[in-house]
Unconditional design. Structure first.
Length: 128
């Protein structure tokens, strides 16, 4: 295994995924529950901060969470960075919002595709 810290390998992985989708890679923030709660406004495994174009991840989050949040980045960038177009129906319960349903499907669909590379880069057991 490489001596490069996991966070660097995680950034490289996200850059690779961004290249696959022909978008600029988002920033990455990794931390414990307190940091994630501070950045996301709630206890979660991750979130996408569209203002800073950053994916915020709990240090023990996995590939599915990363891909879910990457999808939000993709939604935002492809909307022309228009929050209201990327993230609609915010009055609905979280899990019923169209962008959340799309992100769940995206993560499910691409997890198998990226799993081998994710493991090869030593990222399957947390990011710190």
């Amino acid at each position: 295994m490489s001596e490069v810290p996991k966070i660097c390998r995680l950034v490289d992985f996200v850059r690779m995924v961004a290249e696959d989708f022909n978008v600029e890679a988002p920033g990455i923030v990794v931390g414990g529950l307190e940091k994630v709660k501070e950045k996301c406004g709630a206890e979660a495994n991750g979130c996408y901060n569209y203002v800073d174009k950053q994916i915020v991840l709990y240090k023990d989050a996995g590939l599915e969470t990363l891909l879910h949040e990457f999808c939000h980045h993709l939604q935002y960038v492809r909307s022309g960075e228009k929050y209201g177009e990327a993230f609609k129906n915010l009055e609905q319960p979280h899990c019923m919002r169209p962008h959340e349903e799309e992100a769940k499907s995206f993560a499910y669909a691409y997890e198998l595709f990226y799993r081998g590379k994710f493991r090869e880069m030593g990222l399957e057991h947390g990011f710190e």
